[in-house]
Design a protein around this ligand. Structure first.
Ligand SMILES: CC(C)(COP(=O)(O)OP(=O)(O)OC[C@H]1O[C@@H](n2cnc3c(N)ncnc32)[C@H](O)[C@@H]1OP(=O)(O)O)[C@@H](O)C(=O)NCCC(=O)NCCS
Length: 299
């Protein structure tokens, strides 16, 4: 599960704010407004610790994981110790909690407002672990083998991927046409084509070909591998093999992930054209992007 919008800083700040608000509501209900600044209520030390951890999270990216887990711990402490245990008539408590409705309500508010500060750091932690697992997974390029072709066929006959790419073969489900196309492509000395391996599995292909006397690049990633940074890493790796510059790419104007991949590899939009998109059955706008000699791949 990912945080909506991926804006970790904003969500974490909101969660810290809510946690402090819950503590304030509880403190005021129990001790009145004077309790907010009374060190015996624990409000000031708690908020100070949480604010310091949040500042640390903002200013020291390397400390983010530790700071957000420490924030999670403060919220857990408030939830279990402050909201739940301290309202129960437990024999070991040094005081007898008020068993009144307003006291219960203030503890419910305290408990509920701690939950985002438990969930958000936890999501950030699991997202971070996933991202570092993906980063440490290797993207490798190698020559195409016959065994790759059935996998490419699966990728390239996916209707959603075809809609996205837009400028595709007339009938992507025609295996004979696919085979004939790939036989031509592999025999053409002006085409450089590589299989993309992700953790040893065939994830897609990347190629360069001549269009109107100019080199262009294209790529296709199997749907199960999308969103892992594979196209970006494969294209930047490919651009170390295919060193002709300038080099170009065409992309449907609404294929935002592909535009992003190209931009991350240093391509810049230099024009727009209209062309017949087989997968859309209509003429649509496409962007022409260029990678100049002085622009490098960013990854
Ligand atoms: C386009 C395609 C190659 C992307 O592959 P991928 O491995 O998922 O791409 P990456 O993960 O390297 O990068 C995708 C980028 O697009 C971004 N992105 C995804 N959806 C987006 C959207 N709707 N709007 C804007 N950006 C988007 C991602 O966030 C990521 O950028 P980031 O790293 O800055 O966060 C893949 O979807 C594909 O093969 N599609 C079908 C064939 C095709 O369209 N080929 C390209 C023909 S030009």
């Amino acid at each position: 599960m990912r945080l909506p919008g991926g804006n970790g800083a904003l969500w974490l700040s909101i969660a810290v704010g809510l946690s402090a608000l819950g503590m304030a509501v509880h403190t005021v209900t129990e001790f009145g407004y004077s309790g907010l600044l009374d060190p015996r209520t624990g409000m000031v030390p708690f908020v100070t610790v949480q604010a310091s951890l949040l500042v640390l999270w903002w200013i020291r990216p390397s400390a983010r994981s530790g700071a957000s887990l420490a924030l999670l711990a403060t919220a857990l402490l408030q939830l279990i110790g402050g909201a739940v245990l301290s309202i129960l008539p437990l024999p070991f408590l040094p005081f007898a909690p008020d068993q009144t409705v307003s006291h219960y309500l203030s503890h419910i508010v305290l408990g509920i407002t701690q939950i985002p500060l438990i969930v958000i750091p936890w999501l950030q932690h699991t997202e971070g672990r996933q991202a570092s697992r993906i980063r440490s997974s290797r993207v490798v390029l190698r020559d195409v083998t016959d065994n790759d072709l059935p996998i490419f066929f699966d990728h390239e006959s996916d209707p959603a991927a075809n809609y996205m790419a837009a400028f595709t073969r007339t009938d992507p489900s025609d295996r004979d046409a696919f085979d004939a196309h790939w036989t031509r492509v592999r025999a053409d000395p002006t085409i450089l084509i590589q299989t993309i391996l992700f953790d040893g599995h065939v994830a897609g292909s990347v190629l360069s070909y001549q269009e109107g006397g100019r080199p262009e690049v294209s790529y296709w990633i199997g749907r199960e591998y999308w969103g892992k940074g594979i196209a970006t890493r494969a294209l930047s790796e490919f651009l170390r093999l295919q060193t002709t510059r300038p080099i170009y790419a065409r992309v449907a104007k609404d294929n935002l992930p592909s535009i992003r991949v190209l931009e991350k590899c240093g391509f810049r939009t230099i024009g727009k054209e209209r062309g017949l998109a087989n997968a859309r059955g209509a003429e649509i706008e496409e962007l022409l992007l260029e990678l100049r000699a002085d622009e490098g791949a960013s990854r």
